[in-house]
Design a binder for this molecule. Structure first.
Ligand SMILES: Nc1nc2c(ncn2[C@@H]2O[C@H](COP(=O)(O)OP(=O)(O)OP(=O)(O)O)[C@@H](O)[C@H]2O)c(=O)[nH]1
Ligand SMILES: [Mg+2]
Length: 205
């Protein structure tokens, strides 16, 4: 069976839950998570090796966690925005993460513009659905779907691990056939869930 692989950037405004998602996907605490916005200051890579399952190919996903998109009004902020631009250039797929419990605002607009300009295929992830009243989810998906022809719109809870099996499955299907970008020599991390994999992390950019 074919092997699918590629680079997947996680983009969103500060505090959307990008680093929480990266940690949950690779099963390790490789990125700092706090309530304080703009915690992540440079790109961090997490590598996830996925085994073949039923009709899905095996693959390797290189996730890139980025700083939250913000106004580049200081030297550090400009450097952080450069990291985001870099992560958008060298990717096969973008995961645009929004906090589903927050109002869609100018910062989200700014993130979407960046993603649109990159021309990348985009999955929209509605995060923190564990805090959202269930009846609000469908209208929210409807509203977001009108903003851009997202390849997928997937509700998740990065904190509780909800929706991540579906997400990984769809990412593998969306990625092109490709090589192992990184060796798979590390021992498997223990993680509950139905997608056996080996993962490890490194800094990027
Ligand atoms: N309830 C809930 N909280 C979440 C979820 N995902 C993240 N959080 C919380 O949201 C806050 C921000 O999470 P981070 O992962 O640091 O967010 P980030 O997007 O990486 O933030 P920056 O690096 O500052 O851009 C933390 O308090 C997380 O615990 C989720 O699915 N549900
Ligand atoms: Mg972060």
């Amino acid at each position: 069976m074919a092997f699918h692989s590629g680079f997947v950037s996680i983009i969103g405004r500060p505090n959307a839950g990008k680093s929480t998602l990266l940690n949950a996907l690779v099963g390790e605490k490789i990125a700092i998570v706090t309530e304080k916005p703009q915690t992540t200051r440079m790109c961090i890579q997490g590598i996830l090796n996925v085994k073949a399952q039923r009709k899905r190919s095996a693959g390797q996903i290189v996730f890139i966690d980025t700083p939250g998109v913000h106004k580049p009004d200081s030297r550090l902020n400009r450097k952080m925005m450069q990291e985001i631009h870099g992560a958008l250039e060298s990717r096969d797929l973008v995961l645009l993460l929004v906090d589903a419990t927050e109002r869609y605002g100018p910062l989200d607009e700014q993130v979407l513009e960046l993603v649109k300009r990159s021309g990348a295929p985009v999955f929209l992830l509605l995060n923190k659905v564990d805090k959202l009243h269930k009846e609000k989810l469908l209208p929210l998906i409807g509203r977001y779907s009108k903003l851009h022809p997202f390849q997928e719109v997937i509700p998740i809870s990065a904190m509780k691990g909800e929706g991540l099996d579906v997400l990984i499955d769809k990412i593998i299907r969306a990625l092109p056939e490709g090589p192992h970008y990184f060796p798979t020599t590390k021992s498997p991390t223990s993680r509950s869930g139905s997608w056996p994999q080996r993962s490890y992390a490194r800094k990027c950019c």
